[in-house]
Write a protein that binds this ligand. Sequence first.
Ligand SMILES: [Fe+2]
Ligand SMILES: [Fe+2]
Length: 203
Amino acid sequence: MEDHANAHTVIENADALARCRLSDGRYAHTLRVADTAADLARIHNLDEGRARLSALVHDSARETEPEEFLRLAREWDLPIGKPERQSPKLLHGPVAAELARRELGVEDREVLEAVRAHTTGKPGMGPLALALYVADKIEPARDYPSVERLRELAKEDLHMAAAESLRRAIAHNEGRGKDIHPSSREALEWLEADRTPQGGVEQ
Ligand SMILES: [Fe+2]
Ligand SMILES: [Fe+2]
């Protein structure tokens, strides 16, 4: 009972954190991702509350200034690679995960991993991280040619939906001459090679 009550409070606090840190538009996106992630969790037998919590937090640091991203990442000892130095907003996942830990007391490693990995993807990401990654790309306001197919795929298989979504993101960025984050390539390679069944033991 107490756990349930705590889960409820932390979700309310995550909602408040997103609300106070984000513009109306991005907060609305956050709520749509939370509903989408909760739907995917129900379909794939994941914990709906944890899916909702990761989604509420995922973009909470998105409206931080570039200098502030780098300052926080240094202060909190978050890894900063070349891509992050060139585009500090890539740090919004890792910084949001730290906000969740520090301001909401979230210690759930899978929730924190999901938040951390939602922008680039990451090899070895667990089912919750896959659900958030995909929910972010297929929430109802997303509109691009393959989105309907991805929505269908997401209901069937989160691994396949995440792989398809990463393929699309990589092709999109290559087409625009933008660098691809190494984690995205590694995540796609991992998804294409590894078919660990959901709920299977993570190595
Ligand atoms: Fe994001
Ligand atoms: Fe997002």
